[in-house]
Design a protein around this ligand. Structure first.
Ligand code: ZN
Length: 576
């Protein structure tokens, strides 16, 4: 009986096929990238095979399919609240925000498998919980094609940059138009990762480097984190990547036409992934592999970077933890915040760069002189690197903002970002500082679904303001302080004002009929000598406009009680 049982058991084992752990990328010998369905199915298989891996469907994306998160934790614990209490560092990797740049999608699948199957690699996860968004732009990934990455060297087919509603998700982190961004925010706020990595492929110049890297702009980053990033983390990553034969350059944004003129650091404002994570003291990295290198080299470089990043964080876990704790405290205590930054061209360092010599020849298309990079003339030399940014606009945080409930789209976004809001218990008057928008410029064409404003100037006025029961008080004593200031101060580069959330205040609702207002205007000048003085001064200073009877009436109207107080009045009040 026992022998028979053993025989049956052996025959079952023999007939059970070995699980095929090769990824579509590996099966194609490095020429193809996994489809969305293949990718999710692969993680499903990993989830079923290993207790340390869990595939979690989060909220929806614009394509109607869920955004998934893969959680890898050697402790087999997948509850973010419980994990955040433990002394583990959290790394969030995001792939496929631009699905035509899919290295991270394939590299991550192999990485999780290898971490589970190779004991030596596993050790790098001891102090870390690894989170992976397998494919962020699901709609783009489903819109597969073979041509839109015009200058890219493989894979054979890939997804499209725009998502299901043709948004570039890497501009959507503040305005959060897409369901993808809103679900990302939920994941980000639940897990509060220490480090965020967003995997991409570059466009632009030709050079020898397979891997270029954007790190969170160091001057915008909290100083404790910035010190850790520039003195510890970044040098460790660079040294280890060089050892792996993937020496990294910063992301190539040339000062002149070609890289040998120098590189400029990337100013990642909050609309971008790493600019958004900076607001919450999460160090962001963006890998940009070089489009002209074969796909398999780009995948290998991305794999190497992720493995090195994990190993480095695992080793430096306590350094990172203390830098982050200090940064969090610092943001709570911080009084002044910067809203805009410009490149400081007086600050320049030298960095080694492996380039190809830029040359010119006659174009076969236009006959004019055209640029090309001569791969037979490689060079390794130091080039200038401009990576210092200085703040141009600063603001002192108020004690609190009051956000009237009328601005629901803004309130939804604050809530998504874990902002603590206190609802006013009854109608009330509050002493507040109010902004009037005195000037702004607007782009002439839509940008990511909005007519984006810029160059905002404001005038401040102290007022007693009426608020209603259910309006929201937002105190500036919370981890989201920096997010609040950069989104609610209208002068912030990526403020909700600049993204057009308050456009209705820019339009005047009432006006006057000239022939009726004539008599009233004359009476007003009679009644208010101060107004007459201002009127005369204005005419003197604006002789051209003063020629117009309409302009004269308009001036008097705007300086009279008839002019509506809500025109150009920014509705979010500052309680000082
Ligand atoms: Zn990209």
């Amino acid at each position: 009986m026992t022998l028979l049982f053993l025989q049956v058991l052996l025959s079952i084992i023999a007939s059970t096929p070995q699980t095929d752990w090769l990824t579509p990328y590996e099966k194609s010998k490095g020429h193809e990238t996994a489809t969305y369905q293949e990718c999710i199915a692969y993680y499903q298989k990993l989830d079923e095979a290993y207790d340390e891996v869990k595939l979690v469907p989060y909220g929806l994306t614009d394509a109607g399919k869920p955004l998934h998160l893969v959680v890898v934790n050697l402790d087999k614990d997948f509850d973010p609240v419980a994990i955040r209490q433990k002394n583990k560092r959290i790394l969030l990797v995001q792939n496929g925000i631009h699905p035509g740049e899919p290295e991270g999608i394939d590299a991550s699948m192999m990485l999780v498998r290898d971490f589970m199957q190779k004991k030596t690699q596993r050790a790098a996860l001891q102090n870390i919980v690894l989170l992976i968004i397998p494919v962020y732009n699901v709609g783009g990934a489903l819109n597969r094609n073979t041509a839109t990455r015009t200058n890219q060297n493989g894979p054979a087919s890939y997804g499209f940059r725009g998502n299901a509603r043709n948004l570039d998700l890497n501009r959507d982190y503040i305005k959060a138009d897409s369901r993808n961004a809103r679900t990302f925010t939920q994941i980000f706020q639940e897990w509060q990762p220490d480090i965020f990595l967003d995997n991409h492929t570059s466009n632009g110049a030709d050079y020898q480097h397979v891997m270029t890297l954007i790190a969170t702009q160091k001057d915008k980053l909290n100083s404790y984190l910035s010190r850790y990033l520039t003195q510890n983390l970044l040098p460790s990553l660079q040294a280890a990547m060089t050892k792996q034969k993937f020496p990294m350059a910063p992301y190539v944004d040339s000062k002149g036409k070609t890289p040998d003129t120098g590189l400029i650091g990337f100013l990642d404002s909050p609309r971008y992934s790493s600019g958004y994570t900076t607001l919450f003291n999460t160090i962001g990295f963006i890998t940009e592999t070089h489009m002209l290198k074969p796909f398999d080299q780009r995948v290998k470089a991305t794999y190497a970077f992720m493995e090195i990043l994990l190993k480095t964080i695992n080793q430096e876990a306590s350094l990172l933890a203390s830098a982050r704790a200090q940064a969090k405290q610092d943001v709570l205590d911080q009084k002044n915040f910067f809203l805009n930054w410009v490149l400081d061209t007086t600050q320049v360092s030298q960095i080694p760069f492996r380039g190809y010599t830029a040359k010119y020849k006659a174009s076969e298309v236009s006959g004019q002189s055209r640029l090309y990079y001569d791969r037979k003339a490689p060079y390794v030399k130091n080039i200038p690197y401009y990576n210092t940014f200085k703040p141009t606009t600063s603001v002192t945080k108020p004690r609190a903002y009051v956000v009237p409930q009328a601005w629901g789209e803004v309130i939804t976004r604050l809530q998504l970002n874990n902002v603590q809001l206190q609802s006013l218990p009854h109608d009330t008057m509050l002493a507040a500082e109010i902004y009037y928008i005195t000037d702004y410029k607007t782009g002439q064409r839509p940008y990511e679904g909005h007519y984006l404003h810029n160059s905002v100037t404001v005038r401040r006025e102290k007022q007693e303001v009426r608020f209603f029961k259910g309006d929201y008080l937002v105190y500036l004593n919370q981890p989201a302080n920096r997010y609040l200031v950069e989104t609610l101060e209208p002068q912030g580069l990526d403020s909700f004002f600049n993204w057009g959330f308050f456009d209705s205040i820019l339009q005047q609702k009432e006006y006057f009929s000239d022939y009726v207002f004539e008599d009233l205007a004359a009476a007003l000048l009679q009644k208010y000598p101060q107004l007459r003085q201002e009127f005369e001064a204005w005419k003197k200073n604006n002789p051209e406009q003063a020629q117009s009877a309409q302009a004269q009436l308009d001036f008097i109207y705007r300086h009279s009680p008839h002019y509506e107080p809500s025109h150009l009045r920014y509705p979010i009040a500052r309680i000082l």
